[in-house]
Design a binder for this molecule. Structure first.
Ligand code: NAD
Length: 503
């Protein structure tokens, strides 16, 4: 039996428990179907087959989950930080112990290649460890004194929160939002993406078996327009942590307005990788191609715009095309696969539509530009050249293995092109010139920038975007600032004069 056959067999064995009743909600420790009794399918993008039935929740299911999160809040928020830390470290250990299972199921549900998903599952555990370690001092603040006053500033968990996640690397992204919420002392209602609901079920089950009390983390499956909407409108939900498209973020902001919801948004991107002619070509090539063709290009920080100095544009883009043509496309559970199928036929259709757009706009398709095979959502790694900044392929987030290459003359021209989009999530700069690197990073409109590097994450650093790419920052202590309220208490140090009225 080949490694792939063996992996497929293992994946089906891992998914067997799902067969007992499909993917249900998880509320107050109970596995329950939606009240309506309605179901939807989650499909495997490898061949379009139905992987599992998923319960389709409505507003009443969300209300039930919120009631559970509300009831669990007093207990969890008053649990000492050191105790919360212990439980969350156990969750991290349990994720590590089941990392293969998580990765295999994620591959089948999303089409992402195993070589990346095995690391994503472990990164989920790392997220839990990192935020767990901060739980014991999350409430700490500062003391400020005047001759007559002592002010003590502390933080307290904001209350039950809603976490709404997208379908790209769903397990890792969910832990990135849920772990700091739990470490802060908040309770959570999680609404996973309808295209990839399977590993959210695993996460809550793993967390509870590791000791997380019932009701602290609840999962409600369903559509964004119904279940997601109710969560954002619910008066008992104090904040919404959302990862997804920019226009969904805008809808959530409107939906949450009546209840003055605090929001944290991680949204779309059209991130430039800017290569100057003094750059280390080989490293720049490796990083640029890795950042667009790994994870199927379904990655918010993907380098989806390649800006190359005109002196090396032809040579550099020819090398990118060569790499793109050699990338192995295949079954996500094949250890050699780099690009697997896109998440869903609906998304595949959107990505494929940009091939016609590129031709209509006058760009050249230098690599890919086509669907691969008759079954499954496979799209060839693609490179558009001869593009200009005003084209839709240079402005819109395609969210697939599709790279748009644009030439530039000098620093000013590179900045003008880089900043010409509505997004501002990440940017990558390649140059050996330190002054130039500083000038570029001082003027690029992006929340995160890497110089002479691909995207290397360090959890204590801030993660987030500017412009239409987001509001707020995750990572380090920034996550705690979102999930907690800062409060100040003032004590007198000595009697001071209080105005007497009506004397
Ligand atoms: P999406 O916005 O379509 O859906 C995300 C989630 O929002 C899903 O769970 C969906 O059900 C829910 N939703 C949809 N409409 C809603 C509504 N009206 N009210 C409440 N919830 C609603 O995004 P997607 O297609 O699943 O994910 C891809 C997008 O996510 C891309 O734009 C990508 O760039 C972005 N993303 C950003 C980051 C980041 O850190 N900035 C990370 C990953 C993905």
């Amino acid at each position: 039996m080949s490694v792939l056959d063996d992996n497929i067999q293992k994946a089906h064995a891992y998914m067997a428990p799902f067969r007992e009743g499909g993917v249900m909600n998880h509320i107050d420790g109970d596995i329950v179907p939606a009240i309506s009794g309605q179901w939807m399918d989650t499909i495997c993008p490898v061949d379009g087959s139905v992987l599992e039935q998923v319960t389709m929740s409505g507003p009443k299911d969300v209300d039930r989950a919120v009631a559970a999160a509300k009831a669990a809040f007093p207990g969890w928020s008053k649990t000492p930080g050191a105790e919360r830390r212990k439980i969350l470290i156990k969750v991290a250990e349990a994720i590590e112990a089941r990392a293969e299972e998580i990765a295999f199921i994620e591959c089948m549900d999303t089409g992402q290649a195993l070589r990346f998903m095995s690391k994503a599952a472990l990164r989920g555990a790392a997220n839990f460890r990192f935020f767990a370690d901060q739980a014991p001092h999350a409430e700490d603040g500062q003391v400020t004194r005047t001759p007559t006053q002592m002010n003590t500033t502390t933080r307290r968990p904001i209350g039950p929160v809603g976490v709404i996640t997208p379908w790209n690397t769903p397990f890792m992204l969910s832990t990135w939002k849920i772990a700091p919420a739990l470490a802060s002392g908040c309770t959570v209602v999680h609404k996973p993406a309808e295209f990839s609901p399977m590993t959210a079920k695993l996460l809550v089950e793993i967390a509870e078996s590791a000791g997380l009390p019932k009701g602290v983390l609840n999962v409600v499956n369903g559509l964004g327009e119904t279940a997601g909407k109710r969560l954002t409108e619910h008066p008992e939900i104090r904040a919404i942590a959302f990862v997804g498209e920019s226009r969904t973020g805008s809808m959530i902001m409107k939906q949450g307005a009546d209840t003055l919801k605090r929001v944290h948004f991680e949204l779309g991107g059209k991130n430039p990788v800017i290569v100057f002619d003094d750059a280390d070509m080989e490293r720049a090539l490796d990083a640029a191609t890795f950042m667009i063709y790994s994870l199927n290009g379904e990655r918010c920080t993907s380098s989806s715009r390649l800006l190359v100095q005109d002196t090396i544009y032809a040579e550099f883009t020819a090398k990118v095309a060569e790499v793109a043509k050699k990338i192995k496309i295949g079954h996500p559970l094949d250890p050699d696969t780099v690009v697997g199928p896109l998440i869903h036929p609906v998304h595949e259709k959107k990505v494929l539509s940009y091939f016609d757009t590129a031709s209509a706009e006058g760009a050249t398709i230098a690599a890919g530009g086509e669907k691969v095979g008759d079954t499954g959502c496979y799209v060839a790694p693609t490179l558009f050249t001869d593009a200009t900044s005003d084209m839709a392929i240079a402005q819109e987030e395609i969210f697939g293995p599709v790279l748009t290459a644009i030439p530039f003359r000098d620093e000013a021209h590179a900045l003008e092109i880089a900043n010409s989009v509505q997004y501002g999530l990440a940017a990558y700069v390649w140059t050996q010139d330190l002054d130039r690197a500083i000038h570029m990073t001082d003027n690029l409109e992006a929340g995160m920038m890497w110089v002479n590097s691909d995207n290397i994450r360090h959890l204590p650093t801030p993660f987030g975007g500017v412009k239409s790419s987001g509001i707020g920052r995750d990572g380090g202590d920034w996550s705690f600032d979102f999930y907690m309220e800062t409060v100040n208490v003032c004590f007198p140090r000595a009697p001071h004069k209080i105005p007497k009225l009506g004397a």
